[in-house]
Design a binder for this molecule. Structure first.
Ligand code: C5P
Length: 229
C-alpha cells in the first residue's frame, strides 16, 4: 500500500524496530494514515540505506535520525552520502561546527539540529557539566545552529512555543517527546501531548512507542491525528 495522497506530514512515526521486514510491515499497516517515517540508529544499523530506499520507493517520506556529532570532515563526508537517496530530513547534534559541515554537503536533504535530547532534564545537564538552565541551552543551540546553516531544529514540545516566538516562522521545528494524555512517558522527560506540541508551533511531531507499541498501531495513529486536526 502507498500512503494516502493527502497524508498529514506533521506526523512522523519512528520506526524503532530491529529489521527491514518489521519496518516495512509497520509502515504498510500505518499507510492509510501516515506517510512520513523516521529511520533511527537501530533500524539503520541493521538495514542501512536499503530500508530508506524501500520506504521512499513506496512513496513515503523519510527522516534519517542518526544524530551525527563528529569532526567537520567526518560529518561532511557522512552527510554527502545522502545524495544518492531520497532523505527528506536528517539530524545532527546542534553544535555550529557540526551543522556547518553537514549543511555544506546535504544536497536536497534538510538538516535538523538536535538542541537538547528530550530524555534529559536539568539534573542530567548539571551532571554533564552545564551550569546554566536547560531552556537557555536549548535556545543557544537553536540560534547558533540556524546561523550555521540548519534548516530547523529538534527540541522538546515544552520549549517549542518560546522558540517559535524567538526564531520566527521559517525554521522547521520537530518535536519528539510526544505523549497522548493516557500514555506512559517511558524514558522521555520533557513531554507534551500532540495537540500541545502543534499548538506551540511545531511543524512535525515525532512519535514512536505511543503508536508502534499500541495494540492497534493504525488506530493509535488515527486517534492521534484526530487530536491535531
Ligand atoms: O518512542 P518515542 O515516541 O519516545 O520515540 C521518540 C523518537 O524520537 C526516538 O526514535 C528517539 O530516538 C527520537 N528522538 C528523541 N529525542 C530527540 C531526537 C530524537 O526522542 N531529541
Amino acid at each position: 500500500m502507498t500512503p494516502a495522497p493527502s497524508f498529514d506530514d506533521r506526523l512522523i512515526v519512528a520506526l524503532d524496530v530491529p529489521d527491514s521486514r518489521q519496518a516495512l510491515e509497520l509502515a504498510e499497516k500505518l499507510a492509510p494514515h501516515v506517510g512520513f517515517f523516521k529511520v533511527g540508529l537501530q533500524l539503520f544499523l541493521s538495514a542501512g540505506f536499503a530500508v530508506c530506499d524501500a520506504l521512499s520507493a513506496k512513496g513515503f517520506k523519510v527522516m534519517l535520525d542518526l544524530k551525527f556529532h563528529d569532526i567537520p570532515q567526518t560529518v561532511a563526508l557522512a552527510t554527502a552520502q545522502f545524495a544518492d537517496h531520497d532523505i527528506a530530513l536528517a539530524t545532527v547534534h546542534g553544535y555550529p561546527q557540526v551543522v556547518e559541515a553537514a549543511a555544506k554537503t546535504k544536497g536536497d536533504t534538510k538538516i535538523l539540529a538536535v538542541t537538547v535530547l528530550t530524555s534529559l532534564g536539568p539534573d542530567e545537564l548539571q551532571q554533564s557539566g552545564f551550569a546554566g538552565s536547560l531552556a537557555d541551552l536549548v535556545r543557544l543551540r537553536a540560534v547558533t545552529s540556524l546561523a550555521a546553516g540548519a534548516d530547523g531544529i529538534v527540541c522538546s514540545p515544552l520549549e517549542t512555543a518560546l522558540l517559535r516566538k524567538n526564531l520566527g516562522a521559517k525554521p522547521l521545528i520537530a518535536t519528539p517527546g510526544i505523549r497522548p494524555l493516557d500514555s506512559v512517558r517511558d524514558d522521555q522527560t520533557r513531554t507534551a501531548t500532540p495537540r500541545a506540541a502543534i499548538g506551540a508551533g511545531a511543524n512535525h511531531i515525532i512519535v514512536g512507542r505511543p503508536i508502534t507499541k499500541a495494540p492497534d498501531p493504525a488506530a493509535a495513529a488515527r486517534e492521534l491525528l484526530r487530536e491535531i486536526e
